[in-house]
Design a protein around this ligand. Structure first.
Ligand SMILES: [Ca+2]
Ligand SMILES: [Ca+2]
Ligand SMILES: [Ca+2]
Ligand SMILES: [Ca+2]
Ligand SMILES: [Zn+2]
Length: 476
């Protein structure tokens, strides 16, 4: 912070330091709070006392810089005493060009109002110093219940900065990535009733679990395992955040699911999207025994079942469900129409395929276009084992009215876009387009929106590629 923002000049610094040292040293260390006010009066006038801490050697008094009584973002001042010797850390910033301290927008956000970054719990007027001598501005600093600090320009009303106040930790976990069939290139693996012996130890990968809160649970910025501590599938807990289990342990799927969701959200943010389900998505892992997993829009939860191969053992299942969470976050109530429902299934499959694409090879044994290679060994007989594919020959003429079946038509179009542009550019277009889909969309309307989005993000030639992909399926 201090190296990149303007500081007071050296001359001002010296003058200020010289004036304050002696009185601060004696009174702050020895006197109670009331007398410390006298000390505060001895420091520069543009400060407000934050607190004083006593350490073994002396005291540490912290101030926040103010400008005409308004706190200056990032500006601070501290007086340290040690064995009776005082020193000053002057972190005040240059404030220039502020014509008035009366904001044009008199209140940024009413407390209790919901924003994209959580519910506002407090707000205060602050001065934001300009970088490298540029003009300072007035802003409302809004704290939210998601521990975000949002700066709203008090003149224009625009959000200028969002800071995440939470502190995150890294942990370690053992996972399948993306699943044992792909990792081993072996289509003859079977579940073996959840036995450890059914999957060789070499398939497990030790990975960093990022963005954890560090409270010992699999709870973090992008995913939170909502299993109860003492439930039927108890929440994994590790005091040192090391989660190393094998597949017969019910906690293994929690680790796998946390890792999958953290990774897909990190990928989405890497594409430039800061607001696509950017929250701790709740995961309920192994809490149902059916061979199914589902996203519940009402509760905003992903539930993973234990039928057949435990669904949480295959990251492609997790990514598929996360696709539903993404669309629900982008468009409230998405997927109500049959067309929308099929787009939902298709996008989930696309997300699963493109996430595996990022970390595995496209082989004849396990093609990228094959989804849920591991989970599907227990309910498919032909190889490669896939619940569905993104490269079937189906067109709109083959629609059955069943959303998963029909999803294969839409997902093939998405896959063609991916093949033409590569995963990053394709996924960017698809995600951006989905923001504008109607909850009751038709395929033609959603496809046209996607074409238009490709043109807006890129070129007319890009739009033509997207149009051709939908045309090939009879959608446009
Ligand atoms: Ca298992
Ligand atoms: Ca969500
Ligand atoms: Ca299963
Ligand atoms: Ca796959
Ligand atoms: Zn689905």
């Amino acid at each position: 912070m201090r190296s990149t923002t303007p500081r007071l000049t050296a001359v001002a610094l010296l003058a200020v330091s010289g004036a304050v040292m002696a009185p601060a040293a004696t009174s702050a260390a020895l006197t109670p709070t009331s007398a410390r006010a006298t000390t505060a009066a001895a420091v520069p006038a543009d400060l407000t006392l934050v607190r004083t801490r006593q350490s073994l050697l002396g005291s540490h008094t912290w101030y926040v810089q103010t400008y005409r009584g308004i706190p200056v973002v990032g500006g601070y001042y501290a007086v340290h005493t040690a064995k009776g010797k005082a020193s000053v850390d002057d972190g005040r910033l240059v404030v220039t060009g502020l014509a008035t301290t009366s904001p044009r927008i008199t209140k940024a956000l009413a407390t209790g109002k919901t924003t994209a970054h959580g519910k506002a719990v407090s707000s205060r007027l602050v001065v934001v110093p300009g970088a490298a001598g540029a003009k300072a501005t007035l802003a409302w600093e809004v704290a939210t219940d998601q521990d975000k600090k949002v700066l709203v320009d008090a003149d224009k009303g625009s959000v200028t900065k969002v800071t995440d106040e939470r502190v995150y930790a890294d942990g370690q976990g053992k996972v399948f990535d993306p699943n044992p069939v792909v990792a081993l290139q072996n289509e003859s693996l079977t579940d073996g009733d959840n036995a450890d012996s059914a999957v060789p130890a070499s398939v497990y990968k030790t990975v960093t679990l990022s963005n954890l809160k560090g409270n010992g649970f699999l709870q973090g910025a992008f995913a939170t395992v909502g299993n109860k501590k003492n439930g039927k599938a108890p929440a994994a807990y590790s005091a040192n955040n090391v989660f190393a289990y094998t597949r017969s342990d019910t906690r293994f799927e929690q680790v796998n699911a946390y890792y999958a969701v953290d990774r897909v959200q990190t990928y989405i943010q890497g594409l430039g999207f800061s607001n696509v389900n950017n929250e701790a998505q709740e995961l309920l892992v192994n809490t149902v025994t059916v061979d199914n997993s589902f996203y519940s829009p009402n509760k905003d939860t992903i539930t993973l079942g234990t039928g057949g191969v435990d669904d949480g053992e295959d990251q492609e299942v997790v990514w598929h469900e996360y696709g539903h969470a993404v669309q629900d976050d982008q468009v409230p109530g998405f997927g109500k129409s049959n067309d929308g429902g099929a787009i939902g299934e298709a996008f989930g499959d696309y997300l699963a395929a493109t996430m595996s694409q990022g970390n595995s090879s496209d082989t004849a044994v396990t093609p990228w276009a094959c989804v849920m290679d591991w989970d599907s060994v227990s309910y498919t007989s032909s190889t490669p084992h896939c619940i569905r594919r993104l490269d079937t020959t189906k067109t709109v003429a083959d629609r059955t009215g069943e959303v998963h079946d029909d999803g294969e038509i839409w997902s093939h179009a998405l896959w063609d876009i991916n093949k033409a542009f590569g995963r990053d550019k394709a996924t960017k277009i698809i995600l951006e387009a989905q923001f504008s889909y109607s909850p009751t969309t038709t395929w033609a309307a959603a496809a046209q929106t996607t074409v238009d989005t490709a043109a807006a993000l890129g070129t007319a030639a890009d739009a033509a590629v997207v149009r051709a992909a939908f045309a090939a399926r009879g959608i446009l």
